[in-house]
Design a protein around this ligand. Structure first.
Ligand SMILES: *Cc1c(COP(=O)(O)O)cnc(C)c1O
Length: 420
């Protein structure tokens, strides 16, 4: 496999293209993705599950750029959507709705209706109240909605609390202990059809054990539900496989697949997978330019043109992402915080990092920025969202233009005439 972001002649590149060239052409800050790295990550997943019938439903929320989604769709991916907006994008990218699953705790009637119109593979139902809404909306369209309950197995994924979803205190899914009642209710409804069960316990998991523990519980449940006469064709095992940001050593796709297959591979079910981060995170970098250096009594700061509005993971989860100079590193070792220009002390991309000497105009690359990077960007502080670039081999293409100031005020009005 080719290295996605190699150093060539001391300069950091994306595949065969110098990041400096991209920055000089497109401007900064900019997200840069490696098409080959996305392909390789997808293929590794697909190959790892070759022994069982499976559908990889890319969790589009990780990176919803149409070019990224289309590339994965062309490679054979289905899609996991969590909103009407993601459904719209997934369709726009050419996805096949019969390979879409729809997760999320807050589906509205119109979103349910759109998903039914598209003809999706499965609704992952997160409450009995939602089940009744899906039944009602499907009834009004005179169709039958394929459903799986998202069950919450109450296992600790040992990850950041904001991205732990399978604990009893979480808003997600139905408690696994209530599943039999929920499935019985579904069976009695006319406009839903049970196809299987779903379970997603969290994100950035760096061990297989929590997956294995969760799936052991799902396995028992599938047995019980079959005994009760339910059709169980699909086990959706969710996403959540972690990646290396710093020195984590998460399971690779094969180790993960081995654990999944060991737990539920003999149940004669199709396995649905919802990876997001593990396909995209290390296929992207965020490139930003140094504006100023400043010192206060306690700290050295490198102020860059990227900020928390572009990349919020460090601020939101205190996440670590590697930072390195794009050009041949100069000498020197300085302990610095890399910060943006947003008016928040939480606006940092990296803290307490040792970096070589930097000068105004130097470029820095923030690694592992392909997932939950641009996807979580905002216009906070009136900032334009960054450009996105895809690289393949020695060529690159802008796949999303940098926003203009005009873009950032689209749809806003000063109240001339008030509506009654
Ligand atoms: C976020 C999410 C995923 C993807 O998680 P990753 O950690 O990015 O693999 C999959 N399924 C559901 C239901 C999610 O909410």
């Amino acid at each position: 496999m080719i290295e996605a972001f190699p150093r060539s002649g001391g300069e950091l590149c994306a595949e065969g293209v110098s990041l400096e060239r991209i920055a000089n052409t497109v401007g900064t800050p900019v997200y840069v993705y490696s098409a080959s790295a996305i392909d390789a990550a997808y293929d590794a997943f697909d190959a790892a599950f070759a022994a069982v019938p499976h559908t990889i439903c890319y969790a589009i929320k990780a990176n919803m750029n149409l070019a990224v989604v289309r590339q994965l769709v062309e490679r054979g991916a289905g899609i996991d959507v969590t909103s009407g907006g993601e459904l719209f994008r997934a369709l726009r990218a050419g996805g096949d709705p019969s390979r879409f699953v729809y997760s999320g705790v807050g589906k509205t009637d119109s979103e349910i209706s759109d998903a039914l119109a598209a003809g999706i593979k499965q609704f992952n139902v997160e409450s009995r109240a939602e089940l009744r809404r899906i039944d009602a909306v499907a009834g009004s369209r005179d169709v039958v909605a394929p459903i799986a309950f998202r069950v919450n197995p109450d296992v600790d994924p040992q990850t950041h609390p904001y991205i732990s979803t399978g604990l009893k205190t979480s808003k997600f899914g139905i408690p696994i202990g209530e599943a039999t009642i929920a499935y019985a209710e579904a069976k009695a409804l006319e406009h839903v059809r049970v196809v299987g069960v779903d379970c997603h316990i969290g994100s950035q998991l760096t061990k297989v054990q929590p997956f294995a523990d969760a799936l052991e519980k799902v396995r028992d449940l599938v047995g019980e539900l079959r005994d009760a006469g339910h059709v169980m064709e699909i086990i959706d095992v969710g996403g959540g496989l972690g990646v290396t940001y710093d020195d984590e050593v998460p399971p690779d796709a094969q180790q993960y697949a081995d654990a999944v297959i060991a737990a539920v591979g003999d149940l004669d079910c199709e396995i649905v997978l919802e990876p997001g981060r593990s396909l995209l995170a290390n296929a992207g970098v965020f490139v930003t330019r140094v504006l100023f250096e400043k010192q206060n009594e306690a700290k050295n700061f490198v102020v860059v043109d990227g900020a928390m509005s572009d990349l919020i993971r460090p601020a939101l989860y205190d996440a670590y992402q590697r930072v390195e100079p794009v050009g041949q590193p100069r000498g020197g070792r300085n302990l610095v915080d890399v910060v943006g220009g947003v008016c928040e002390s939480g606006d940092f991309l990296a803290r307490e990092r040792e970096l070589p000497d930097l000068e105004r105009g130097d470029l820095l690359a923030v690694r592992s920025a392909g997932a939950y990077g641009f996807a979580m960007a905002s216009n906070y502080n009136g900032r334009r969202r960054a450009a996105e670039v895809m690289v393949r081999g020695d060529r690159f293409r802008v796949v999303r233009e940098r926003e203009t100031y005009q873009d950032t005020i689209r749809g806003e009005e000063t109240p001339g005439e008030w509506i009654e």
